[in-house]
Design a protein around this ligand. Structure first.
Ligand code: 26Y
Length: 789
C-alpha cells in the first residue's frame, strides 16, 4: 500500500507487528501473551506503536538540528489531547495492520482496546483543544513547531452527577496508569527561581538571588504528522524539588519540614486549574505560569546557543506564540535572560524580544482578562516586577510623546492599573512585547481592534492587529471519530483518503454529487449508524433508550452564563409544556427530538452549576412522562470530554451556538452587536418579564412552582432573568423559539436536510487547522516546512 514503506527501522509486516506486541507483553509489561486482559493488550500495542513514533521523532529532530531552520514554539498552559493510540495509528497509516495483529492475539474488537486508554485531559475547553489541533497540524504540515506545556498529575476533573442533579467533582489521577506516550528526560532539566530579592546594578541590569529553587524536568510526547514521517515534540514540564528534599531542614533534624518542602515543589504541577474564561488570582497559578515559561525559555535559549550564532540573530531562529496571556511572563523573562544573563544592552534586548513573540487573544470578556496584584509579583517575582515597571516607563513616555498631555490615555494604556493594590494588565504586556497580535475569528478580531485594544491600535497602527480564524484537525474530528463518513467521502472523491485529509478544500468535490439519490442515502445512513453507536453508549452508561429517528439537538461546551445553556433548557421546557397541551393526534405530528447537553462547570461557579442541576431535573421529569416517550428526550451527558465528543458529535443533527452576541471569541454567526443598547434599556426602562416575553414568563413560573423539584432552589437563577438579565435571555427567547420551529420544519424535508448536511461538510475546508497553522507559519512566524524523507 501507499504508506507502509515510510517507516525506517521498525518493520511493519504483520508478523513483525505481532512480534513487537508480544515482545512488549513479555518485557515492558511483564506478562504472558496467553494471559492478558484488554488493558494489558492496549498497553503492549501502545508501546509497540510508540517504538515507531520514537524512530520518526529522532529522525525529525536530527533533521531539524542539521538544517537549523527557524523554529516556532507554541506556549500553552493547556493541551487537551484526548486519547493517542487511534490517532497515532491513523496518522501512521497502520491501523489495519495493528487491527489484524490484535486479532491474531485473540482480540476481536479493536475499538474496545482503543477505549481502554484514558484521555489526557490537560485542558479546560476550546483554548486547550485548539492547542492540541494545532500541534497535530504543525506535524502534518511538516513545520518545525514544538509545543511547551505542563505535565499536570491531575487533569480536568471527573464530573459526576449526584442524585439531586448537581455536578460533583472528582480528581482525575490519569498518571496512576502508566502513560506510554511520554518519554521521561531527566537529563533535560532546569532550575527555576521564586521569591528572593533583586538588586539593581547599573541602570538596566540586576542580580536576582535567594528564594526557592524548583527543578523543571522534561517529559516529551511525540506528535506524529498524518501520512508523513515528520514527528514533532510536545515538551511538558514536571516539577521536582531541587534535591529530593530540603537538606538544610533535614540536617537541622526536622525531617517532616524537609519532606514538606519537597511537597511544595511538587505541588506546582499537581493540578490543572479548572477555570475557563474566568480569572482567579491564586498564587500557585502564577507560580505554574512562571515555572513553565522559565523552563521553556531556558530550553529554547540553550538550543539557540548550540547554533553558535550571536543573540542579535535570535529572532531569525526563534518564534514564540503566546496562547492567550497565560505565558505573558515570558516577555519580562526573556528580557531578564538577555539583559541580566547574556549582557545584551536593554534597547537591543527589547527589540529582539518584540520580534520573537506573537500573542493570540481568545476572549474579550472582562472577567477573563488576566490581572495580577503588584504585591504578589513583588513577593514572587521581584526582578520581573522591576522589568515590567521599566518597560512601562519607556512605553508611557512614547505614548506621551505621541499624545502630549493626555493623562486619561496614559491611565488607560498603562501596564499598571492604579488602585489599592495596583494590578498588572497582562494583555497589555503581551501586546507591547509582541510584533503581532491576533484574534481567533473575523468578528472577534474586529472586536479586539475596536474595544479592548483600541488605544493600542491607535498607537501601533492597524497592521499589528490581525486575525487567524481558528481551525480543527480533520484527522481526529472526521477521519478518526467518523470512519463511516470518512470512507464515504474517500470513495466519492476518488479513493485516496490522504488527498482530502491533507487538503480539506477538496471536500468541495462532494457538491457535484449532492443530487445523487444513492449518495444522499449513503450519507443519511452514516448519520443513522452514528446515532445508533451513540445510543448504544448512552444505554450502556446511563440506561436511557434514545429514538434514533429523532432529531439530535446538541449543546456541548463548558457551562457558562454567556454561552446560554439557560436559553436552551428554558426552550426545552417551553417545548415540553407545548407538547403536553396537545391531544394525541396533534402529538403524533410533532418532530421527535433528543436534546443533549454536555459540559463542565468551574467548581466555584455557582450559577453554572445551578443550570446543570436544572437541566438534570427537567430531564428526569420529561424522560419519565409517558406522554413524551419517543417525542422528547432530554439528557445531560456526564463528564463531557474529548472521547465523549468523538462519539457524540458524529451523531448530532444540529449543534447550538447561542451565546450572547459578541461574547464567544470564535463565534462566526452574524449576530448583531446590539447588546449594549439592550442592556441600557433594561437598566433605565425596566420592564417586567411578562412584557418582554410572555412565553418565558410562563416557563419561569412553572419552574418556580416546583414542576422540576423544589422551585426555591432555582430562585437565584430565575432572578438573573427577571431582573437585569445581563445575558439577554428574555430578549432572545421568542426569536429562539421561532428558530427552533424553522429547524423542525426543515428536518421534515429529509432530502433537503441531507443536502444541507452535505453542503455544510463540503464547505468546511477553510476550517481545517492545517490552513490555520500555515497562516501562522507564513504571516506570524516566518517559518517553512522541513520535510523528513
Ligand atoms: C485566565 C484564566 C483563568 C483562563 C483560563 C482559561 C482564561 C481563559 C481560559 C480559556 C479560554 C478559552 O477556552 N477560550 C476559548 O478559546 C477558543 C479557541 O480560540 C474559542 O473558540 C472560544 O470562543 C473561547 O471561549
Amino acid at each position: 500500500s501507499v504508506w507502509k514503506s515510510g517507516l525506517r527501522a521498525v518493520e511493519t509486516e504483520e508478523t513483525s507487528i505481532t512480534k513487537s506486541i508480544v515482545h512488549h507483553v513479555q518485557t515492558t509489561i511483564a506478562r504472558q501473551a496467553y494471559n492478558i486482559d484488554e488493558e494489558g493488550a492496549y498497553r503492549a500495542i501502545a508501546y509497540s506503536v510508540r517504538d515507531n513514533l520514537i524512530v520518526n521523532w529522532n529522525d525529525t529532530q536530527m533533521l531539524y538540528t542539521r538544517k537549523a531552520p527557524k523554529r516556532a514554539y507554541y506556549l500553552s498552559l493547556e493541551f487537551l489531547m484526548g486519547r493517542t493510540l487511534d490517532n497515532a495509528l491513523l496518522n501512521l497509516g497502520l491501523k489495519e495492520d495493528y487491527q489484524k495483529a490484535a486479532r491474531k492475539l485473540g482480540f476481536e474488537d479493536f475499538e474496545e482496546l482503543v477505549e481502554s486508554e484514558r484521555d489526557a485531559a490537560l485542558g479546560n475547553g476550546g483554548l486547550g483543544r485548539l492547542a492540541a489541533c494545532y500541534i497535530d497540524s504543525g506535524a502534518t504540515c511538516e513545520l518545525p513547531l514544538w509545543g511547551y506545556g505542563l505535565r499536570y498529575h491531575y487533569g480536568m476533573f471527573w464530573q459526576q452527577i449526584s442524585t439531586d442533579g448537581s455536578q460533583v467533582e472528582a480528581p482525575d489521577p490519569w498518571l496512576n496508569h502508566a502513560n506510554p506516550w511520554e518519554v521521561h528526560r531527566p537529563d533535560v532539566s532546569y532550575l527555576v527561581r521564586f521569591y528572593g530579592h533583586a538588586e539593581r546594578i547599573g541602570d538596566s541590569k540586576a542580580i536576582w538571588s535567594g528564594g526557592q529553587e524548583v527543578m523543571a524536568v522534561a517529559y516529551d510526547v511525540p506528535i506524529p504528522g498524518s501520512y508523513t514521517r515528520n514527528t514533532n515534540n510536545l515538551r511538558l514540564w514536571d516539577a521536582k524539588p531541587k534535591r529530593g528534599f530540603d537538606l538544610n531542614s533535614f540536617n537541622a533534624g526536622d525531617y517532616e519540614k524537609a519532606v514538606e518542602s519537597s511537597n511544595s515543589a511538587e505541588a506546582l504541577t499537581r493540578v490543572l486549574y479548572p477555570n475557563d474564561n474566568h480569572m482567579v488570582g491564586k498564587e500557585l497559578r502564577l507560580k505554574q505560569q512562571y515555572f513553565w515559561t522559565a523552563a521553556s525559555l531556558a530550553d529554547i535559549t540553550r538550543r539557540f546557543k548550540q547554533l553558535g550564532e550571536p543573540f542579535s540573530k535570535f529572532h531569525e531562529y526563534v518564534a514564540i506564540q503566546l496562547n492567550d496571556t497565560h505565558p505573558t511572563i515570558a516577555v519580562p523573562e526573556l528580557m531578564r535572560i538577555f539583559v541580566d544573563e547574556e549582557d545584551i544592552p536593554w534597547d537591543q534586548a527589547w527589540e529582539i524580544t518584540q520580534k520573537v513573540f506573537g500573542y493570540t487573544n481568545h476572549t474579550v470578556l472582562p472577567e477573563a482578562l488576566e490581572k495580577w496584584p503588584v504585591p504578589l509579583f513583588q513577593h514572587l517575582l521581584p526582578r520581573h516586577l522591576q522589568i515590567i515597571f521599566d518597560l512601562n516607563h519607556s512605553f508611557l513616555q512614547a505614548v506621551e510623546k505621541k499624545w502630549p498631555n493626555d493623562r486619561d490615555r496614559l491611565t488607560r494604556m498603562s501596564l499598571i492599573q492604579e488602585g489599592f493594590p495596583q494590578y498588572i494588565r497582562m494583555a497589555y504586556l503581551a501586546v507591547i512585547g509582541s510584533h503581532k497580535v491576533n484574534g481567533v475569528a473575523e468578528l472577534h478580531s474586529e472586536l479586539v481592534r475596536t474595544t479592548i485594544m483600541k488605544d493600542f491600535v491607535d498607537f501601533y497602527g492597524p497592521s499589528k492587529f490581525g486575525n487567524v480564524t481558528n481551525g480543527i484537525t480533520p484527522r481526529r474530528w472526521l477521519d478518526q471519530c467518523n470512519p463511516g463518513l470518512s470512507s464515504l467521502i474517500t470513495e466519492t472523491l476518488g479513493g485516496d483518503k490522504t488527498k482530502w485529509l491533507k487538503d480539506l478544500s477538496k471536500l468541495e468535490g462532494l457538491l457535484s454529487h449532492i443530487d445523487d439519490p444513492a449518495f444522499q442515502k449513503k450519507w443519511a445512513d452514516v448519520k443513522l449508524q452514528n446515532k445508533q453507536r451513540f445510543a448504544q453508549f448512552i444505554e450502556q452508561t446511563m440506561g436511557v433508550k434514545l429514538n434514533t429517528s429523532a432529531l439530535f439537538d446538541v449543546q456541548v461546551k463548558r457551562l457558562h452564563e454567556y454561552k446560554r445553556q439557560s436559553l436552551n433548557i428554558l426552550g426545552v421546557i417551553h417545548r415540553y409544556l407545548t407538547i403536553k397541551s396537545l391531544n394525541a393526534e396533534e402529538r403524533a405530528k410533532v418532530v421527535p427530538r433528543v436534546v443533549l447537553f454536555g459540559g463542565k462547570a468551574a467548581p466555584g461557579y455557582y450559577m453554572a452549576k445551578l443550570v446543570i442541576r436544572l437541566i438534570n431535573n427537567v430531564a428526569k421529569v420529561i424522560n419519565a412522562d409517558p406522554d413524551l416517550q419517543g417525542i422528547l428526550t432530554v439528557l445531560f451527558v456526564p463528564d463531557y470530554s474529548v472521547s465523549v465528543a468523538e462519539l457524540l458529535i458524529p451523531a448530532s443533527d444540529i449543534s447550538e451556538h447561542i451565546s450572547t452576541a459578541g461574547t464567544e471569541a470564535s463565534g462566526t454567526s452574524n449576530m448583531k452587536f446590539c447588546f449594549e443598547d439592550l442592556r441600557y434599556n433594561h437598566q433605565y426602562h425596566p420592564t417586567s418579564l411578562e412584557e418582554r416575553s410572555p412565553a418565558l414568563a410562563v416557563v419561569c413560573k412553572v419552574i418556580a412552582e416546583g414542576r422540576f423539584g423544589d422551585g426555591s432552589i432555582y430562585e437565584p437563577f430565575l432572578n438573573t432573568i427577571r431582573t437585569g438579565d445581563y445575558y439577554l435571555v428574555s430578549d432572545d427567547f421568542d426569536s429562539y423559539l421561532e428558530a427552533q420551529k424553522m429547524v423542525d420544519t426543515a428536518y421534515q424535508d429529509k432530502v433537503s436536510w441531507v443536502k444541507k448536511s452535505i453542503t455544510t461538510t463540503a464547505k468546511m475546508g477553510k476550517f481545517s487547522s492545517d490552513r490555520a497553522i500555515m497562516n501562522y507559519a507564513e504571516e506570524y512566524w516566518n517559518i517553512e516546512p522541513v520535510k523528513l524523507n
